[in-house]
Design a protein around this ligand. Structure first.
Ligand code: F0G
Length: 455
């Protein structure tokens, strides 16, 4: 059961199928354009969508809104420093602001960043600085069906090769994403993290964590890495941060807040450069784009998120949803992580070609069937077509992500999702593909217009 009870409730928007059909036509089959009050269960993202605890709301009320040196900042700094050990902590409004500041300070055109997998904003910020973002996921990540517990790892052989190869002098930083959102939210083992850190130390390359889901990663380490079976998630997290030179943090995930983030750093000279950018673009270093109350809420969230009872119930929820999907006959990216369940839409809908977007087709159907919003991670997100709509590049897998907001939906909400999955799978042959009617030049999945096609 969930280790909390509910104190404030919000009605779920309940709609009819006819209303959903009209809404979907109005937004040209782009779920990002729906009004949130047309969505019954919103599984679009786990970012900034969690429920705050009573203690977080109380901490927010006690927030100090002084421009400089607020009590809130000092509490926040103390909590982050104890967790991470980094002496320099720069608050930012969300994760991508930390990315922009770090990469602006570290990168010059032509320099390379390496990662187990860059998240898409991380990659975009590297590229905006003229850098080249190279992903080195481990080979197990290519097998969606295997239940290997650490498919989020970096490929250590390729990391070693790159750090000693002809491009070695161009490598500016290695970023390990915990958990690996781009690879289905799979975790990174402590063994992999320690070996990657060691290689970076040998080659004198800064080693950073993208720690957005550090607590969920720590939980999976305690469950699957024998050496950590009797270690608490908090202790695992502390050890992980101590292996690195700093971190990028979107507190909208494992800070369990609606907005916030930080950049943690060991190196004083680098911190000075970042602080200048922070003042110019985010805010004075003791608030960095956040209100005092936000800093207090992050501080409180970070002390709650490593609670083993909370993490266990989150893992149980993901496993429950994964089981409902499998029972409905829908394969998922195995094993399920904590923040989302990824459905294998390509396998469910073999009659829909990649450039007719099986993941998107499934997303539209789940909305029509039960008011569920989700996000495609397949050829709509990663593919390209020529001017006549013929495919030039398709994604390696056609996936659909059902993300789980923190402390927001109960097991009975997930049962509703399970019923919708079952009804959708029963009627799979009738689900149409989609054709792009209009698309922007970049990040097309946010803004494109589509229409159903039956071929
Ligand atoms: N890093 C990872 C691993 C992320 O998943 C995200 C955001 C960011 C960085 C950027 O953080 O949104 O605070 O600027 N992921 C969200 C998602 C948007 O839906 O997966 P942000």
């Amino acid at each position: 059961m969930e280790p909390y009870r509910i104190k404030a409730v919000e009605p779920l928007p309940l709609t009819t199928r006819a209303q959903r059909e009209t809404a979907l036509r109005r937004v040209h089959y782009n779920l990002f354009d729906l009004h949130a009050d047309e969505v019954t269960i919103d599984l679009l993202t786990d970012s900034g969508t969690g429920a705050l605890s009573a203690a977080q709301w109380a901490a927010g009320m006690a927030g100090d809104e002084s421009y400089a040196g607020s009590r809130s900042y000092h509490r926040f700094h103390e909590v982050v420093r104890e967790l991470t050990s980094y002496p320099h902590v720069l608050p930012v409004h969300q994760g991508r602001a930390a990315e922009r500041i770090l990469f602006s300070a570290l990168l010059k055109p032509g320099r390379i960043t390496l990662s187990n997998t860059h998240f898409d904003t991380t990659r975009a910020n590297v590229e905006l600085c003229g850098g080249l973002a190279v992903d080195l996921p481990c080979p197990q990540a290519r097998d969606l069906d295997s239940d290997d517990p650490f498919k989020g790892d970096i490929d250590l052989d390729r990391l070693k090769e790159t750090l000693s190869g002809p491009d070695a002098s161009r490598v500016a930083v290695v970023v390990m994403t915990l958990t690996n959102n781009g690879q289905g939210g799979q975790p990174v083992s402590m063994d992999n993290l320690a070996r990657a850190a060691e290689l970076c130390r040998e080659h004198e390359v800064p080693f950073f964590l993208d720690a957005a889901r550090f607590a969920e990663n720590a939980w999976l380490v305690t469950q699957h890495e024998p050496a950590y079976r009797d270690v608490s998630p908090r202790e695992v997290a502390e050890q992980a941060f101590r292996l690195a030179d700093g971190c990028l943090m979107s507190a909208k995930k494992d800070g369990i807040v609606h907005i916030g983030g930080f950049l943690g750093l060991r190196d004083t000279a680098l911190a000075e450069r970042c602080r200048l950018l922070l003042v110019a673009t985010e805010g004075f270093p003791t608030y960095g784009g956040l209100a005092g109350r936000d800093l207090d809420m992050v501080a409180q969230g970070l002390t709650e998120v490593t609670d083993p009872h909370y993490l266990r119930s989150r893992a149980d929820a993901a496993r429950h949803l994964a089981r409902l999907a499998r029972e409905a006959g829908i394969s998922i990216l195995e094993p399920p992580g904590l923040h989302a369940v990824y459905l294998n839409a390509g396998r469910l809908l073999p009659h829909i070609a990649p450039h007719r977007f099986p993941g998107h087709a499934l997303a539209c159907q789940l909305y029509l069937e039960g008011g569920i919003r989700s996000v495609e991670l397949g050829s709509l997100y990663l593919g390209k077509e020529d001017a006549d709509g013929n495919p030039v590049a398709t994604a390696p897998f056609e996936l659909l992500r059902l993300a789980l907001p923190r402390r927001t939906y109960t097991f009975s909400h997930l049962d509703h999702v399970g019923e919708v999955l079952a009804a959708t799978a029963r009627d799979r042959d009738r689900i149409p593909g989609y054709r792009l009617v209009e698309q922007p030049p970049i990040l097309r999945h946010f803004q494109s217009r589509l229409e159903p096609v039956r071929r």
